[in-house]
Write a protein that binds this ligand. Sequence first.
Ligand code: GTP
Ligand code: MG
Length: 171
Amino acid sequence: MSRQFQFKLVLLGESAVGKSSLVLRFVKDQFDDYRESTIGAAFLTQTVQLDDATTIRFEIWDTAGQERYKSLAPMYYRNANCAVVVYDITQSASLEKARSWIRELQRQADPSIIIALCGNKTDLSSRRQVTQEEAQKYAEEENLMWCEASAKTGEGVQDVFMAIAKKLPLS
Ligand code: GTP
Ligand code: MG
């Protein structure tokens, strides 16, 4: 017998950190060097195989990071089962923005929401501004999952979604 579970996942984070690129890598295994900034939000789905008998279907809301869309975010994180809050490891300010999204989720989202903090663009390690230690320490303090990835090379991208899939309550 095989079972399929559906979960709503929202991506949040400053503009240009690579939210859409992570989703494009996860869903289509593609990458664009010149991606246009998201308008409003985009919806995509992808299924992962958790084990022989279990699949997880993610309904993904890829939100727009530009400030003018900020007021739309609650529509997307409300009822979300999980959130991936993305920062760019080459931009310290993007981690500050991620922290503010996490505070907002902790106050306003469903208390059972699973939150992953994800540092993107590890292929640009020579320009790194956010150390792994700093981000990991913060994630531990706040009880968040933490990971790094590169949408460009694909490194770590499947792992983010797989790690979340493993944490979701199946019943
Ligand atoms: P908004 O839609 O405005 O919120 O931005 P976003 O977070 O969706 O960023 P997007 O995916 O559009 O990526 C922004 C830019 O960063 C694009 O030029 C991407 O090609 C680039 N980019 C995304 N991920 C990576 C990565 O892992 N490595 C490198 N080198 N560039 C990346
Ligand atoms: Mg986008």
